[in-house]
Design a binder for this molecule. Structure first.
Ligand code: KIV
Length: 264
């Protein structure tokens, strides 16, 4: 099996081949995901909630992401591994370079950061120094205290226009991939059409180039609160490998996410 590259993802975008991605935090699941056809894995700061039991991603440290990136890289040597820059680890250029270097040394192929146009300088500085960057717009969980909760973003024409503007600005600054979280389907479609880089959605409908799920949500382990966009593939497939295969297939066929998983 060949290693997944960003050019491969761009080609899939052009060919309209929809791809499934997932969060991973350890070697065993990373290996299982790779074997079932998942090409891209995110070592997300969601680990603060699903692995560590916090009620937000804010307590996650760079050391946490470095540790889990090493684990995932060992389990899935050929996957394209994205690693999150945690809250407040990209506030100054020096801090950003140091944080990104630690993630890349741990085995990341790309770093992900949350926010809009105000991060353009950070993105271009990283790209100039050979660190590929994935943007993250919409519901950006590190800003939960600004949003006042985990709420749908980009509703209404003004908010939608701003989000499109941010997405275009980040692409121009050098971002090579974009995650869109919890935005209306039509807005996600608009961003996916306007950007030349691949767009990966979560709670953003099925018009994006790819999908991402927090792995626990794909297995129905939602701690009593199931997000609208989550689907328990394990319940449908009966075993974990089958669940991952079903997720990959349903994304490729445009079956998942359905209308019932999307926001209007
Ligand atoms: O941290 C994470 O898992 C994420 C995904 C929800 C996209 O950012």
């Amino acid at each position: 099996m060949k290693a997944t590259t960003i050019s491969q993802l761009r080609q899939w975008k052009q060919e309209k081949h929809k791809f499934a991605t997932i969060t991973a935090y350890d070697a065993s699941f990373a290996q299982l995901f790779a074997e079932q056809g998942i090409p891209v894995m995110l070592v997300g700061d969601s680990l603060g909630m699903v692995m560590q039991g916090h009620d937000s991603t804010l307590p996650v440290t760079l050391e946490d992401i470095v540790y889990h990136t090493r684990c995932v890289r060992r389990g899935a040597p050929k996957a394209l591994v994205l690693s999150d820059l945690p809250f407040m680890t990209y506030s100054t250029p020096e801090q950003t370079f140091d944080s990104a270097a630690q993630l890349m040394r741990a085995g990341a192929n790309m770093v992900k950061l949350e926010g809009g146009s105000w991060l353009c300088e950070t993105v271009s500085k990283l790209a100039e120094r050979a660190v590929p960057v994935c943007g993250h717009l919409g519901l950006t969980p590190q800003s939960v205290n600004i949003f006042g909760g985990y709420k749908i973003q980009g509703r209404g024409e003004a908010a939608a226009k701003l989000l499109v503007k941010d997405a275009l600005a980040l692409e121009k600054a050098g971002a090579q991939l974009m995650v869109l979280e919890c935005v209306p389907v039509e807005l996600a479609r608009r961003v996916t059409q306007e950007l030349t880089i691949p767009v990966i959605g979560i709670g953003a409908g099925n018009a994006t180039d790819g999908q991402i799920l927090v792995m626990h949500d794909a297995f129905g382990i939602t701690g009593g609160h199931t997000p609208k966009f989550a689907k328990d593939f394990l319940a449908e497939a009966g075993d974990m490998r089958g669940a991952v295969r079903l997720y990959v297939e349903q994304v490729a066929q445009g079956i998942y996410p359905g209308e019932e998983h999307s926001f209007k």
